[in-house]
Design a protein around this ligand. Structure first.
Ligand code: NOJ
Length: 572
């Protein structure tokens, strides 16, 4: 097989920034663009190549900027378009690239397009959103179908003024755009994409990229008999015109050689994923699959208990995403965290004080050895963890968390046992954990802001912060820097190599090899809080091995310490 030309975004590591919580430069308790600019040297020092800025557009902030009021303006507390131009310029000046979040499945209900659309049934923009008449059941008005929204409740909202429902797969304040209308699509390309591409951005993370084509919108099967509203992700994702829309969108992107990474939920079928990321299809460069981060969750994310999965399931999820590039022309991503996930140390290892540093390094070592484009979320490079159970519900600011808690309260009539279970689930999985202020130092408010921040900063910033870790050779941050360098040095193996899972059913140790032509590396990861015997699987036992890196400074010869990981180079 001929090796396809390597593209700049394949061997890149991307650092994701959540503007509200990264760095506050003007003392209003909210992060901002000048704050990001002031830390570009820090970001560069980690060894990443690209920054991804979560939505910084003008927005009423019902869903933290994923409800865009104006694609061509910036949310004032974050800054201005001019500030963005400086950020783009300063990022490029350091040899890094910058991508933005492209949120075009829906807008805010305050966007001028929607204000026009809802003004009357005859408005020229009426068809820019998805309007349907009511159904009547026993004389009672009902939404057009039984779909549940991503944040609970029906995904249809009744509009008194024009006497129709509009579709919103997320909050009612996030009406879905009608991609079937070609004028709408053109307006999206011009306003949301070209406006920023012309200002020099290098690509987009494309929000909910597989939801634009809704199909026939018939009722979803009943999977939750207690609810009037049913999970419909398999219906509204990957609809019939998806590839046509993305091919069209790609023509805009191609003009700028822009990179894309699409968010691709509810798509366990790899053939479907491949169609999005295959090079010859010219759709997206890569997607975020949910196999790994959804582990242990049922169709209703929070209806679960922490650590209800076993290591073999985790291995299998990783194997699935790694195999996407095996023998075909697709590309994949490596990520464990983002603004929608809780902290990976808390989720996949242990955030107990004696283990959190080891856990952070273990995951860094594992990710650095996996193929695909690497994504690191702010604070992950420090091993930041979830906030504790003792924090009250007031500290949870995310609409997803509050809607869920309220739903359990309504359904159980505030039953204390059920409320405790709900809170336990939120403490483990809520998006809020990733959204607290970045821990910069042991100063008040974790050095994030001179004022009380919009979300409470972690109390443990005193022991886990960027300032301390920068000067500590044994810190999680120092380890990440080292691993990103090694990943570049051995990119054939680690970024492009083939992944083979060994010892699949082992419940404690995750072992795999990476292979590129005649080069091979062996990766062993102890996912437990106990020592484990270091065993070379039969497949590689006859090969001579040399230790490339361990998460420990002085690893033992015959055993792995708690949460220790190692990479060996194998001689062929
Ligand atoms: C996915 C985004 O990552 C999430 O934060 C947002 O709530 C939804 N899409 C809706 O835009």
């Amino acid at each position: 097989m001929t090796i396809p030309k390597r593209m700049w975004w394949q061997n890149s590591s991307v650092y994701q920034i959540y503007p509200a919580s990264f760095k506050d430069s003007n003392g209003d308790g909210v992060g901002d663009i000048p704050g990001i600019i002031s830390e570009l040297d820090y970001i560069q020092s980690i060894g990443v190549d690209v920054i991804w800025i979560c939505p910084m557009y003008d927005s009423p902030q019902v869903d933290m900027g994923y409800d865009v009021r104006d694609y061509e303006d910036v949310y004032r507390p974050y800054g201005t378009v001019q500030d963005m131009e400086v950020l783009i310029e300063q990022t490029h000046a350091r040899g890094m690239k910058i991508i933005l979040d492209l949120v075009v499945n829906h807008t805010s209900d305050q966007h001028k397009w929607f204000l026009e659309s809802r003004s009357s049934k005859n408005n020229p923009k009426r068809d820019w959103y998805i309007w349907r008449p009511a159904r009547y059941v026993d004389g009672q008005r009902k939404p057009p179908n039984n779909w549940i929204g991503n944040f609970g409740g029906s995904c249809w909202e009744w509009d008194e003024h024009t006497q129709e429902y509009y579709l919103h797969l997320f909050c009612p304040e996030q009406p879905d755009l009608n991609w079937e209308n070609s004028a709408t699509r053109q307006a999206i390309y011009d306003s949301a994409m070209e406006f920023w591409l012309q200002r020099g951005v290098d690509g987009f993370r494309v929000d909910t990229v597989n939801m634009y084509s809704k199909g026939d919108m018939v009722d979803a099967p009943i999977t939750d008999p207690k609810s009037e509203w049913q999970f419909a992700g398999f219906q509204y994702c990957n609809g019939p015109r998806m590839h046509e829309f993305l091919s069209e969108m790609n023509q805009v992107l191609q003009k700028y050689d822009a990179m894309t990474v699409g968010e691709c939920p509810h798509t366990p079928d790899m053939a479907k994923v491949l169609k999005y990321v295959s090079r010859k299809e010219k759709q997206l460069n890569m997607v975020f699959q949910f196999d790994v981060v959804d582990i242990g969750q049922g169709p209703y994310k929070f209806q679960t208990t922490p650590f209800n999965w076993g290591l073999p399931q985790f291995k299998h999820a990783i194997e699935t995403t790694q195999n996407l590039i095996r023998g075909n022309d697709g590309w994949t991503t490596v990520f464990l965290e983002n603004h929608d996930q809780s902290r990976s140390v808390s989720r996949f290892t242990s955030d107990a004080p004696q283990h959190r540093v080891a856990g952070g390094k273990l995951l860094s070592l594992m990710m650095s050895a996996l193929s695909g484009t690497m994504f690191i979320y702010q604070g992950q490079e420090l091993g930041m963890v979830n906030f504790p159970m003792e924090w009250s519900m007031d500290e949870y600011k995310d609409v997803d968390s509050s809607n869920y808690y309220k739903m359990v309260a309504d359904r159980s009539h505030n039953d204390p046992k059920e409320m405790h279970v709900a809170k336990t689930s939120l403490q483990h999985l809520a998006r809020d954990h990733a959204r607290v202020p970045m821990s910069w130092s042991d100063a008040p408010n974790a050095g994030f802001s001179a004022a009380k921040p919009w979300m409470r900063a972690l109390d443990d910033a005193a022991i886990c912060n960027a300032k301390q870790q920068q000067s500590d050779k044994s810190s999680v941050l120092s380890f990440w820097k080292r691993m990103l360098q090694l990943r570049k040095q051995y990119s054939d193996l680690f970024v492009f190599g083939e992944f083979d899972l060994l010892d699949k059913s082992n419940l404690e140790v995750f072992t795999f090899t990476k292979t590129w032509q005649n080069k091979k590396a062996l990766v062993v990861l102890n996912f437990t809080a106990e020592e484990q015997k270091l065993v070379y699987p039969t497949e590689v036992r006859s090969q001579k091995s040399e230790l490339l890196v361990s998460t420990l400074d002085t690893p033992a010869s015959d055993k792995l310490a708690a949460y220790e990981g190692r990479i060996f180079m194998l001689e062929s």
